[in-house]
Design a binder for this molecule. Structure first.
Ligand code: SAH
Length: 347
């Protein structure tokens, strides 16, 4: 096999065999990375022009019933100072976000039992009534199919649920025994069947991850064909079993952003906060590798530090308005432009 040949094949056919993805990763170098980034930016531009979409992230609760080994808000972390936003606080975030130009609100949180279908449905329909021109995205973990359906019926448009890894044994190494790979995958299928614009994704450089695992993730993305895909480097959190593991790299994350863009040219692909945390200009590099979404924080500054999935998270001290200004400058520096549209997938 030849690395550049494979890059060309990927750009042409939007698909490789699993072994070929692994080979591409193992044999990547500056030349193949540059080639893929150039092709990725080209196809992205053909679909979305120069636009980078912004999503307002509202971290509604860090209370979580789960115990994912990598995550700083896992339930066993007794050092986490727990919080939950009230409905008024969340609506306040939407209001200031709307005034700043946001037309997508992403409500993310731990799996907090307080947020029943009734409470969430009421909240979602209020947001949709107040801001009918906005999309509501949920990122609230695993729920029953009935629950996903109820929230969809209340008006939610999109759902982000990273699959975390497409390899079952690896999934089991990252999660406690109570959590299962099969139910994660079932959730993703349910979301898609219900009609959500659905996002999957994984961490780059999670403990025990090999290029074989990533190749499986890429093949999974190819087959599942999600509307969105969130990938970012794994970053250790001091109060987790993975405290002393190594962080994933911006370099491999950007390489994979290019590959994913080429697998699915119209995918909505964020340059994540985690990418901006491992390297100061990580998000800019992500955009230049093929990403086309950024998700600045709209949470009240008073809770930002508490939603700590990993250590040294950026943008935890800043007012949202300042965050946007900073991001806008960063986006412009890449030659792209910040778009305030809803930013649905273009089919
Ligand atoms: N509880 C929800 C969403 C919140 S976590 C859910 O289960 O989907 C959002 C994402 O952050 C996770 O899917 C995971 O991929 C990522 N994440 C968690 N801990 C992380 C860490 N230590 N480093 C990098 N990313 C992390």
């Amino acid at each position: 096999m030849n690395s550049l040949r494979l890059c060309e094949k990927l750009a042409r056919e939007h698909s490789l065999r699993e072994e070929e993805y692994a080979f591409l990763i193992d044999n990547r170098n500056e030349e193949s990375a540059r080639f893929l980034a150039r092709e990725a930016v080209k196809v992205r531009k053909a679909v979305y022009g120069n636009k980078v979409f912004i999503r307002g992230l509202i971290e509604i609760s860090n209370i979580c019933r789960n115990d994912c080994l990598y995550c700083g808000i896992r339930k066993s972390n007794l050092n986490a100072r727990r919080y939950r936003l009230t409905e008024e606080e969340i609506l306040g975030c939407c209001k200031s976000g709307y005034e700043l130009g946001f037309r997508t609100f992403v409500m993310q949180g731990g799996e907090d039992g307080y947020y029943t279908d009734e409470r969430l449905s009421r909240l979602i329909s209020k947001i949709k009534m107040l801001y009918p021109d906005c999309a509501v995205t949920l990122s609230l973990g695993e729920r029953s199919r009935e629950s996903y359906q109820a929230l969809f019926d209340a008006g939610a448009d999109r759902y982000l649920l990273r699959h975390e890894t497409a390899d079952k044994p690896h999934y089991e190494n990252l999660h406690p025994a109570e959590m299962s790979f099969d139910s994660r995958m079932k959730c993703l299928r349910d979301l898609k069947e219900i009609g959500y614009q659905t996002g999957c994704g994984f961490m780059v450089g999670s403990p025990g991850q090999t290029s074989r695992h990533i190749a499986k993730d890429l093949k999974f993305i190819e087959n599942f064909s999600p509307e969105m895909c969130g990938i970012g480097p794994f970053i250790p959190h001091r109060d987790t079993p993975f405290a002393h593991e190594k962080a994933g790299s911006a370099e491999l994350t950007c390489f994979l952003l290019s590959v994913i863009r080429l697998i699915k040219p119209n995918i909505l692909l964020p340059a994540t906060t985690a990418l901006g945390t491992v390297e100061n200009d990580g998000r800019e590099k992500g955009l230049l590798a093929g990403a086309n979404v950024v998700m600045p924080n709209l949470s009240p500054v008073s809770v930002r530090k508490k939603y700590e999935l990993y250590n040294n998270k950026i943008c935890t001290g800043e007012e949202s308005a300042r965050c946007i200004k900073c991001l806008e400058t960063r986006i412009k520096s890449t030659g792209f432009e910040l778009s305030c549209e809803r930013g649905d997938i273009i089919r």
